[in-house]
Design a binder for this molecule. Structure first.
Ligand code: NAP
Length: 327
């Protein structure tokens, strides 16, 4: 079998329907890709199904806390992960999982493209979905100045004025990356204290191109064919202020894909994260979960913790398979 990232032909789809996998991994962020590497090393027949490659990792500016890399872009780190998966020849199918049904002791994973994968175990590594501001103008100017991915779109804003909304690690990391391109970067945060790791405050304050606008929320976005300004509300004075800008990056966190996870039927916590045990097992035997979509790692959402959960999930899937399906 040769390594592939892609979509199956009709002929290959028919073949797939007859085949049985040991592990189907849903999602290709750091959790899913690490699970693929570990599953392959356990010689488990593995496939990754994902709508996109890299997840949030690919949308992160500079990553400065993944061990072994003092500073690397999220997209370069995605490439390192996928090259590693390619080394073990685990296929990555670009598709979307719609349902996972029990079939005796095993599962049938059905996708949007109409393929059914039979498998002994599943690892859910579906990550989280980015929040929207939900203000007037946001939808209208998405792709016309409003962006949700700093590393993807930063080069379009060379020499321009941009703003980032949010006060967490994602917003801080996006602002620092954007300062490499833009002439001015405003960080708009709704409180007067950052949620981001303390080192980010220092890095933001040291960067002459970055200015933090504290206690502000975006009321609406305005422009013509392109975004031209954001109307902000100062939460301390109640005053409205106009901020002229060319781009606005929304980095206000993310939520697990609750509707999808409820359809699968695994037990969730009150915020919609998949409840997992120390071995990343879910409430459904044979289904494991890893990464940002879970309650694991004390809910500390980092690339390193997602990768670790992926490794643990693959190990747990291996032990489940040898116990449940002795050869
Ligand atoms: P987050 O930590 O949940 O922070 C979201 C930020 O957006 C908060 O500052 C929040 O304000 C603000 N916010 C939320 N809803 C808002 C709204 N409607 N309007 C205005 N502001 C709003 O999300 P994140 O920064 O995406 O980080 C998620 C996880 O990924 C974290 O665990 C983080 O550590 C991790 N991460 C790590 C790195 C890294 O280590 N390099 C990089 C990126 C992400 P409040 O503070 O007032 O709640």
């Amino acid at each position: 079998m040769s390594f592939r990232i892609g979509m199956l032909s009709r002929k290959a789809m028919a073949k797939e329907a007859e085949k049985e996998y040991d592990v189907v991994i849903v999602g290709s962020g750091p959790a899913g890709l690490t699970a693929a590497i570990y599953s392959a090393r356990y010689m488990l027949d593995t496939v990754v199904i994902a709508g996109e490659i890299g997840g949030q990792m690919g949308e992160t500016g500079y990553v400065e806390n993944y061990p072994g890399f003092i500073r690397i872009t999220g997209q370069e780190l995605v490439k390192r992960f996928t090259d590693h998966v390619a080394h073990y020849k685990v296929p990555i199918q670009m598709d979307e999982v719609e349902t996972i049904e029990r079939d005796g002791e095993k599962f049938r994973v059905r996708t949007k493209r109409g393929i059914t994968y039979k498998t002994k175990t599943v690892i859910l590594a579906v990550g989280v979905k980015r929040r929207r501001l939900n203000v007037p103008g946001e939808q209208e100017y998405t792709g016309k100045g409003v962006s949700y991915c700093a590393p993807c779109d930063a080069p379009f804003f060379r020499g321009k004025v941009v703003a980032v909304v949010g006060g967490g690690d994602s917003a801080a990391s996006a602002a620092i990356l954007l300062a490499d391109y833009a002439s001015r970067v405003y960080l708009i945060h709704r409180r007067n204290e950052l949620r981001a790791q303390p080192i980010y405050r220092k890095l933001l304050e040291e960067n002459p191109k970055i200015e933090i606008l504290w206690s502000r929320v975006v009321e609406r976005l305005e422009g013509d064919t392109f975004l031209r300004k954001a109307v902000l509300k100062n939460r301390e004075t109640g005053e409205l202020e106009e901020l002229e800008l060319d781009g606005l990056f929304v980095e206000i966190g993310a939520d697990p894909p609750r509707e999808f996870l409820e359809r699968i039927g695994v037990e969730l916590d009150e915020q919609g994260y998949v409840k997992v045990g120390p071995d990343q097992s879910t409430s459904i035997p044979g289904i494991f979960a890893a990464g940002d979509c879970t309650t694991g790692s004390n809910k500390y959402k980092q690339i390193v913790t997602a990768a670790a959960e992926g490794a643990v999930a693959a190990d747990a899937a291996y032990n489940y398979i040898i116990r449940k399906f002795p050869r």
